[in-house]
Design a protein around this ligand. Structure first.
Ligand SMILES: Nc1ncnc2c1ncn2[C@@H]1O[C@H](COP(=O)(O)OP(=O)(O)O)[C@@H](O)[C@H]1O
Ligand SMILES: [Mg+2]
Length: 428
């Protein structure tokens, strides 16, 4: 089978690495890929949003399945564009991708299907006054979310009522362009978050992948600016059998049923951003693809053939196919460029990768320059993933590997997983 994987980050590196292990795979193409994905397949200089170019490529290269790594092409209607063409798409239809593309839609969907989530209301420019009143009825801190895609920057959490009301006004006036023409205002929930990934075939079949937790802030102790993600660990100690049974009954099953009841075609990954509120799972958000960097940890724990699973999901036929995974923990620690998530330099040479033995360095923001040197090309540069007998052991491997990988101005958080390890030692 020939596969075209869309995307260029650490997530796509991890998916490509896992797909490349499948005996079912003939050719793998990654568009556009990065400086490391050519280890697993062929990079193709093509935008994931250029459906016409993808169409021509699919025909020329006998592609059997397109897998979308990130949400943009799915929200733009990738599935629908190819629906009547002789290629499968692993991912939701445009209507399904609205679970991520519109936070207002996601909240309405959860409410309609009785899925636990924070109390909310949505506002637009004509209901600003009501929005300010609603804010005044809530307890601080106040959560304001741009309805549309905002590259992970569209959520504001504000302590003072006055500032929250001002922010609502500014968001509705275009702080995030069209994305904040509608704003979701919701109640603040306290708890620890985790990411649950479900692969569904759109016919009621689904499998749950290993649960992970990511670390979003740039600074240790989860301080400072938000990033695309600085690391991840799997499993998550509190996501035990009892918790996951609640997730299955209250969130996953009603989500799958709600999609089917609404006639929404959904064949691919559903990412549930959950928060554990005193032992009760609640949904913070849906995403319509795997998480980055959670994928760089989770793929190390998946024992089953990923190509077989994705093909079955895209074909509407998960049937009784097993998703086996290893009990051993996996972690990933992101190496980023100095200055990130603000402005950062590019083009710095990366060396030492060949001496990494205990970990898998998944390339994210890397490129090969005109002189054939491997250089930095993004804020998040390399996601260093390891497995171990426990989380501490896996982390020690990633940190030793990070010492060996060199580029000027490299930075990583040293406290990935520290909160979960503290929870674990309290439990024991
Ligand atoms: N209702 C809420 N209560 C507490 N924290 C929240 C709430 N909604 C969002 N957050 C925090 O903001 C982060 C980003 O919100 P999210 O809905 O995941 O949007 P996005 O990932 O699109 O930026 C969450 O991971 C969580 O830490
Ligand atoms: Mg999120």
């Amino acid at each position: 089978m020939n596969i075209l994987l869309l995307g260029s980050g650490g997530r796509e590196s991890a998916l490509a690495w896992k797909m490349a292990q499948s005996p079912l795979l003939d050719k793998l193409f990654i568009a556009p890929g990065n400086g490391g994905t050519s280890q697993y397949g062929t990079n193709v200089a093509m935008s994931p949003l250029d459906f016409e170019a993808i169409d021509a490529f699919v025909t020329e290269n006998g592609i059997d399945m397109i897998v979308a790594g990130n949400e943009d092409p799915l929200v733009a209607g990738l599935y629908d564009y190819f629906e009547d063409k002789p290629v499968k798409v692993c991912g939701p239809s445009k209507a399904g991708a609205a679970l991520e593309g519109s936070k207002d839609f996601a909240k309405r969907f959860m409410q309609a299907n009785g899925i636990p989530t924070a109390r909310y209301r949505s506002f637009n420019a004509s209901t600003l006054a009501e929005g300010k009143e609603f804010l005044a009825s809530l307890n601080p801190p106040y959560v304001l979310k741009a309805d549309g895609l905002a590259a992970g920057k569209g959520v504001l959490i504000i302590d003072s009522l006055e500032e929250a009301q001002k922010a609502l006004e500014e968001m509705l006036a275009g702080m995030f362009g069209k994305s904040s023409a509608t704003v979701v205002v919701e109640e603040f929930l306290s708890g620890i978050e985790c990411s649950v990934f479900v692969l569904t075939d759109g016919e009621g079949g689904y499998r749950v992948l290993p649960v992970a937790k990511d670390y979003k802030r740039i600074g240790e102790g989860d301080t400072g600016l938000n990033t695309g993600g600085m690391g991840a660990v799997s499993p998550v100690i509190f996501a035990d059998e009892e918790f996951m049974a609640k997730v299955d009954a209250r969130i996953i099953k009603p989500t799958i049923k709600g999609l089917r009841d609404a006639g929404i075609v959904y064949r691919g990954f559903i990412f549930l951003g959950l928060i554990n509120v005193g032992g009760e799972p609640m949904v913070i958000e849906y995403n319509v693809r795997m998480g980055d960097p959670e994928t760089e940890a989770v793929m190390l724990r998946v024992d089953s053939d990923l190509v077989e699973l994705l093909d079955a999901a895209a074909s509407g036929a998960l049937g009784d196919l097993e998703l086996r995974h290893s009990p051993d923990p996996a972690v990933t620690v992101m190496m980023v460029s100095e200055g990130y998530p603000g402005s950062y330099p590019k083009g710095r040479e990366i060396t030492g990768l060949e001496s990494v033995e205990e970990s898998i360095p998944f390339h994210a923001g890397t490129a090969v320059d005109a002189d054939g040197r491997l250089v930095t090309s993004g804020g998040r540069v390399i996601s260093v993933s390891s497995t171990g007998k426990d989380i501490a052991d896996a982390l020690a491997k990633s940190y030793r590997s990070i010492e060996k990988i060199k580029f000027d101005g490299k930075y990583s958080r040293r406290d990935i997983g520290a909160d979960l390890m503290a929870l674990a030692s309290k439990k024991n």
